[in-house]
Design a protein around this ligand. Sequence first.
Ligand SMILES: NC(=O)c1ccc[n+]([C@@H]2O[C@H](COP(=O)([O-])OP(=O)(O)OC[C@H]3O[C@@H](n4cnc5c(N)ncnc54)[C@H](O)[C@@H]3O)[C@@H](O)[C@H]2O)c1
Length: 373
Amino acid sequence: MKIGCPTEIKPQEFRVGLTPNAAREATGHGHAVVVQRGAGAGAGFADADYEAAGAVLADTAEEVFETADMIVKVKEPQAAERAMLREGQILFTYLHLAPDPVQTRELMQSGATCIAYETVTDERGGLPLLAPMSEVAGRLAPQMGAWTLQKANGGRGVLMGGVPGVGPARVLVVGGGVVGTHAARIAAGMGADVTVLDRSLPRLRYLDDVFGGTFRTGYSSAGLLAEHLEQADMVIGAVLIPGAEAPKLVSRADLARMKPGAALVDVAIDQGGCFETSKATTHADPVYDVDGIMHYCVANMPGAVARTSTIALGNATMPFMLALADKGWRQACADDPHLLAGLNVHAGRLTYYAVGRAQGIDVTSPQVAIKGE
Ligand SMILES: NC(=O)c1ccc[n+]([C@@H]2O[C@H](COP(=O)([O-])OP(=O)(O)OC[C@H]3O[C@@H](n4cnc5c(N)ncnc54)[C@H](O)[C@@H]3O)[C@@H](O)[C@H]2O)c1
């Protein structure tokens, strides 16, 4: 199979769909790899790294789309990229179709077979191609919060770990899933005094079993949250209710009870945010002030560490990418129901029920689609 990797063109996107190591695995499996010149530059991979891995460089995205049987990317295809997709071609990338009817329509019109990273599942009910980005955002959150707490950045001027004779920062993490757990571990590692609140008792039991000596846990009731808010130097929002907007757990009125210059890091901003006063910001201007409380609300946090994020994503996508290339998409999806769960669009038909429901489009069952009926 010929695998193509174009340069990402969404603004502020520095990741790349294929690492040189993934390219090497693919060529080792007997596939041809074509990479757009400069595609890896934002993540610190030189063209020469891809050539050394056996890939061929193309000067333009057009060339990549024209020649490749499968396109491997990071972000959903932009309008110019969608126009280059063709019937029979495989697209393997993040799609997030539910809120995006224009993209859905154009991917259906392209005739391509589109497999979305974010809906591929695993045997434990997790989302293995989303988890690495939650891990990155979680570990980054205390780092960005610590920066926000510095005086010059509008914060309280509190050091995460304190010093002998001065207590550490108090960090409250709301939501103890993938993001929250990684955030809490790093904050605790920086020496902060950390509490994680969650609504799931099984999750709280797990966190207490594994991290009991590292941070405290609490059941996320409005009362307990209010108590902790008053004490917190930093609050990290990491809740998720699958398929729904994030619940607003901290209101504007609550800010008045917080310490002036405290930092709110709303990682859940990509689902609307869990603080009433959150609005999405960018890496170029990440922090703003509401009533003396500093808000960090970057919707694509992993982009700040594009190299780590690219490698983490590549580690997770590589086995699926190789299965698709080795067996062809039909057999790969027939052999692996978790990969089949990623099939969103095939040959002009929508094959993902949640997107169909969201947009009122008839859905062809993915099982039917792989049989070619
Ligand atoms: N901003 C970014 O760049 C970025 C990157 C990655 C993930 N995210 C977002 O971070 C959020 C968390 O992702 P995740 O992978 O950790 O999800 P997850 O499903 O692993 O964890 C979410 C946790 O929230 C808990 N929860 C739900 N309602 C709660 C409440 N009222 N109080 C306390 N806890 C509650 C759940 O029990 C669960 O443990 C998602 O919105 C995700 O999209 C953002």
